[in-house]
Ligand binder design. Structure first.
Ligand SMILES: [Zn+2]
Length: 479
């Protein structure tokens, strides 16, 4: 391909020059509208995250794009046909944040009449996916570039890095990347040991529904760990005392989730509650076993439903708690509910309706349906088990009981339906609808930090009570 012929990305950063460019492109836009050619850009968005950074171009008609990837220095060039350079497209340049983990900058230019070239300069080698999405929900046509780092972020490494960061004190600056293996070896961190052991276990093999590595270990006790036998790897008894709870804040990025009458977005409040619950989990022990929270989404970006489940399985989470806020067409609906997976039909029409709605997240959030990963994930996750559902119902029941102490309940018992995000065959998994964000009063509560804290406290009490009755090592996960 030809070298992208665009001005250096720093060239437009002087205010006076930018103002001039804006003024002139505004004139260009007016001209473009008058001759009504091709599609009009409606909005542009950038969603940075360590896992992948996304660029979205939304337009009133489908865009046709040709992409070129150049490896050195790494950059993605995309020629979009049938449009002219507009102020909306130029906004992309300023929307890239300096701390974007993947994108160094974006350049735009009119490459030929009716062809706009975008060049995304990357900070590291990447595996770009360029795809289009048809109109859905509030969105028109979308052209999406997902920029995955060539060395993908491993959830295990991320968990270890976070643990090491916490161990080095709250004042420490965040590590820019997962800690190297040498740092882990030096620490003798039980979580590191646990994860190292688990990483070598069956979870990595890509098969489904493996029994845990730990099954033969005796029941946990509060007694201090026996010293390691010389020359041996830590035993299951020593390492399995860390309990990992996967927290799954719903939606994110392109998918705002439900939006309350005052504009509160589900994706924001559920992330907040997840952060509060994470703090509590990380400060809690059960029967002498430290707990550790793992977030499937720790920022404002979209994670596909199947990926959420895969991430929880990768860290061999002991529990999976998906956090949402409900919405209905009338403002009166109120109260929290808790859901588990069902193998057959849904437990009620309302539950089926809600599961369908939540399962649409991939359409709104936007996934590349051509990607082979998505097919593999879906096939792997079509193996629900009776044992998982029974444990999930137990977990859901204690959570519902605790939430009932701080707020109203929508339904007095755990409901069941085919939620895609609850399909880890070997992890008890529930979806909590914390309240109705569509109810003005409950929206107000969801926004208040006092209620967010109460919710996190209630969920923490429920998780603790669940483990008190169902210790992780005694639990059967192999059916
Ligand atoms: Zn939701």
């Amino acid at each position: 391909m030809n070298e992208p012929t665009l001005p250096d990305r720093h060239a437009a950063s002087q205010p006076s020059r930018r103002a001039v460019l804006r003024a002139s492109s505004l004139v260009l836009l007016l001209g473009a509208q008058q001759i009504a050619r091709g599609a009009t850009i409606v909005a542009v968005r950038v969603w940075p995250a360590p896992e992948y950074s996304r660029v979205t171009i939304e337009s009133d008609g489908a865009l046709v794009a040709k992409q070129f990837f150049v490896t050195s220095p790494p950059r993605l060039a995309v020629d979009i046909e049938g449009i002219d350079l507009s102020p909306e497209l130029r906004e992309l340049v300023a929307k890239v944040k300096p701390d974007d983990p993947n994108i160094a900058g974006i350049r735009v230019g009119q490459n030929a009449p009716g062809v706009v070239r975008l060049v995304v300069d990357l900070k590291q080698p990447a595996m770009p996916q360029v795809f289009t999405l048809p109109p859905v929900a509030a969105y028109r046509h979308r052209l999406v570039f997902d920029l995955y780092p060539a060395a993908p972020v491993d959830p295990l490494e991320a968990l270890i890095a976070e643990r090491l960061r916490d161990a080095s004190g709250p004042a420490a600056t965040p590590a820019p990347s997962p800690a190297p293996a040498t740092a882990r070896a030096a620490e003798h961190d039980p979580l590191g040991d646990l994860i190292a052991q688990r990483a070598n276990g069956p979870a990595q093999s890509g098969t489904t529904a493996q029994p845990p590595v730990v099954a033969a270990a005796p029941a946990p006790s509060a007694a201090p760990a026996a010293p390691s036998r010389p020359g041996n790897r830590p035993t299951a008894t020593e390492t399995d005392r860390i309990i990992i709870v996967a927290l799954d804040p719903g939606h994110g990025g392109e998918d705002p989730g439900a939006i309350g009458p005052s504009g509160t977005r589900e994706k924001d409040v559920v992330l907040r509650v997840a952060h509060l619950l994470r703090d509590r989990i990380n400060a809690t022990t059960v029967g002498g076993n430290p707990m550790r929270a793992y977030l499937t989404r720790d920022g404002d970006y979209f994670v596909p439903l199947g990926t959420r489940v895969q991430k929880a399985r990768r860290v061999q989470a002991d529990l999976f708690v998906s956090i949402h806020a409900d919405a209905f067409t009338t403002p009166e609906a109120r109260g929290a509910s808790v859901f588990a997976l069902s193998q057959g039909g849904a437990s009620s029409t309302a539950a089926r309706w809600l599961a369908n709605k939540e399962n649409q997240a991939d359409l709104v959030g936007g996934i590349n349906v051509q990607s082979k990963d998505q097919h593999v994930q879906r096939a792997l996750l079509d193996m629900s088990t009776t044992a998982q559902i029974n444990d999930s119902l137990k977990l859901g029941t204690v959570l519902l009981g605790e939430i009932g102490n701080v707020g109203k309940l929508h339904k007095p018992r755990v409901e069941q339906a085919g939620f895609a995000v609850l399909k880890a065959p070997d992890i008890p998994s529930v979806l909590v609808e914390t309240a109705f964000i569509s109810n003005p009063e409950e929206e107000k509560r969801l926004r208040s930090s006092a209620y967010q804290e109460q919710l996190a406290d209630a969920l923490m009490r429920g998780i603790t009570r669940y483990f008190a009755k169902n210790p992780p090592l005694a639990r059967s996960r192999s059916v």
